[in-house]
Design a protein around this ligand. Structure first.
Ligand SMILES: [Zn+2]
Length: 285
């Protein structure tokens, strides 16, 4: 018996498998897939301390060196949004050092970013001249409403998903938008790799979604899906190598196949297989 992290109901859930010692479950009531990780008030701090951004492994090998690429990504999404709305107030949730937000502000949006890691926030404020606050989403208070909330690869990390989504809904202006980018648990890649899919990495990642489940969660909070797509993703070669080494740490044979990647300079941008990544644009009803 478990309590679902989405619908909050006590249900007998179907256990899919175990990862890093945590059970991965599907709720039989609402279909949500999540990790059963005990509540830990220090979760955000423990998982997203400076090591997450600098230590390699599941985080960013050297997050700051990815700045230019993230700025381009913010511009890419601004372009996507042009079809639906004109630039207004944006809140970027889990903004890290603010590069993605910078891409939006350079495209005409007026931005605010929130991020639990104080060092990242300090960088965004000082180096990128952004309006940023060091806080987890759950504790963020604002008297103004936002026309767009960007949640780029952040939703899977929220401990209390339902509470987080309620918070987002309360910060969204009438007819405002959510832009969500996350990994697709129903993608070919996820199904092919099964429990070895790279996104099954609790306790940093706690929830797994699909375009259908985003539609379902959105509707629960008064948001309707108006567009979906797949971003073309490029990442720094240094980051890719760090990820490969981490994901394959117990698989020496596969690791030796990928060792060819060592000859690629860290500063190169390489396309990252993005079949399992998607974005969804939702509008408040
Ligand atoms: Zn549920």
């Amino acid at each position: 018996m478990f309590t679902c992290k989405n619908c909050q109901k006590d249900r007998t859930e179907e256990k899919k498998f175990e990862k890093e010692g945590y059970p991965i479950l599907d709720c039989m009531q609402c279909g949500h897939r999540f990790a059963d990780v005990p509540y830990n008030p220090a979760h955000v701090e423990a998982v997203y301390g400076d090591d997450y951004f600098e230590g390699g492994e599941a985080g960013y090998s050297d997050y700051l060196s990815e700045g230019d690429m993230l700025i381009k990504r913010g511009k890419y999404y601004s372009k996507v949004l042009e079809k639906y709305t004109s630039p207004a107030r944006i809140l970027d949730v889990g903004a890290a050092a603010g590069f993605l937000l910078k891409g939006f502000t350079e495209s005409g949006w007026q931005g605010t970013g929130i991020e639990p890691n104080p060092k990242m926030v300090q960088y965004g404020r000082k180096q990128l001249n952004l309006d940023m606050y060091s806080t987890p989403l759950e504790d963020f208070e604002s008297t103004e409403l936002f026309n767009l909330i960007s949640i780029i690869q952040v939703l899977p990390h929220l401990y209390d998903l339902n509470k987080g989504l309620e918070k987002l809904a309360s910060l969204t202006a009438p007819e405002g938008y959510w832009l969500i980018e996350t990994w697709n648990k129903d993608s070919k890649m996820a199904r092919f790799f099964g429990k070895n899919w790279h996104e099954y990495s609790p306790p940093s990642v706690l929830h797994w979604f699909s375009p259908d489940s985003i539609r379902f969660f959105g509707a629960q909070h008064g948001m309707e899906v108006i567009a979906t797509g797949r971003p073309s993703k490029k990442i720094g070669a240094g980051h890719a190598k760090s990820l490969i080494n981490y994901k394959l740490k117990d698989k020496p044979l596969l690791k030796s196949i990928f060792s060819i990647s060592r000859v690629i300079p860290d500063q190169w941008e390489i396309p990252y297989p993005a079949e399992d990544l998607f974005w969804v644009l939702l509008r408040k009803k």
